[in-house]
Design a protein around this ligand. Sequence first.
Ligand code: AMP
Length: 393
Amino acid sequence: MKKTIRDVELAGKKVFVRVDFNVPLNNGVIRDTRRVDSSLATINYLREKGAKIILASHLGKPKGADPELSLAPVAKLLSERLESPVIFHSTPEVVDDEVRRLVDGMKEGEVILLENTRYDVGETKNDRELAEKFASLADIFVNDAFGTAHRAHASNVGVAEILPVKVSGFLIEKELKYFYEALDSPQRPFLAILGGAKVSDKIKVIENLLDKVDEIVVGGAMAYTFMKALGHSVGTSLVEDDMVDYAKKILEMAEEKNIAFHLPVDFAVAKEFADLPPVYTEGRDISSDSMGLDIGPKSIENFKEVIARARTIVWNGPVGVFEMSNYAKGTGAIARALADNPGITIIGGGDSAAAITEMGLDDAMSHISTGGGASLELLEGKELPGIGILEER
Ligand code: AMP
């Protein structure tokens, strides 16, 4: 268990908080405020405890200072949400003499937001000099940005290597609670649902989960590599030919370990990659002129049964091309089946989270991860650099 902000003395302390304010922006307008809203619990707790709060985040992928990717609109939104002014000073250096002066003048409970950490190209290189600039501002490091926890950057790892106290905020605490509990002591049956485009992206996840779960469901384009491994015709579907042998090995390993490995039994197919009404296959074979773009109705029924009996479920990746409405049925059915499940339901970020949100099912899930890449690496069994650096309780 990692220490959290509940475990440390905060009154009067300068606290450097790495938050995830990487919000979608459109001409300076924030299109989705959730990342800011979900940081408020941590920030308000720190304010109540009398800390001086220094917030840092990246926004987009600038290669140096870029006024279009300034955090100024976020500072404005945050001060509205906190009903209190947020200090903000835009500088290409991120930390300059003016920032130091402003931080020195802060009173307990006050908040400053630093400019986009990626204005300094040293951020993504975990540059020591930049990390020292961050560390010189504060007494305590708090990581609450799960989405970047799988990267070692100056604002989430470099600064933590220097500061003596390093703990998590409430958002990271929640991410770890759900993922570690599921992986270490799940209520069973424990089911993993994997979809998306490529087997190769999820090899390590599958290997790690084979030692943890009771059942696995595989959908999406990934399934066609398994279909080919089983000797079925896959038509023009997306297949990774160099992964076919590996897919065979996975199926053998699952059998050895007594894990029920569920693949689709029918597909929604089309002659071209376009949002046209689908044709359904009878079984697993796809004719040579067609490509599979979603799971079919029999597969949906099978997967619903598997989902209904599970007590812990982790889902990562859509089971079809859900961006096209004609091929979103499978992914939609999985989302609804999860919503109906009374057990623990954990959604890895990215596309599955987007599908859940689009369907208005957020509140029906136990946990929707805020980090697609980071949650995949947790499922691979890796320790994330931005988590590993935090103190153990
Ligand atoms: P990933 O980033 O690996 O999770 O993959 C997500 C992408 O996989 C989405 O953009 C889906 O459209 C795509 N996908 C899912 N099923 C299929 C399929 N049957 N054929 C092609 N792409 C698919």
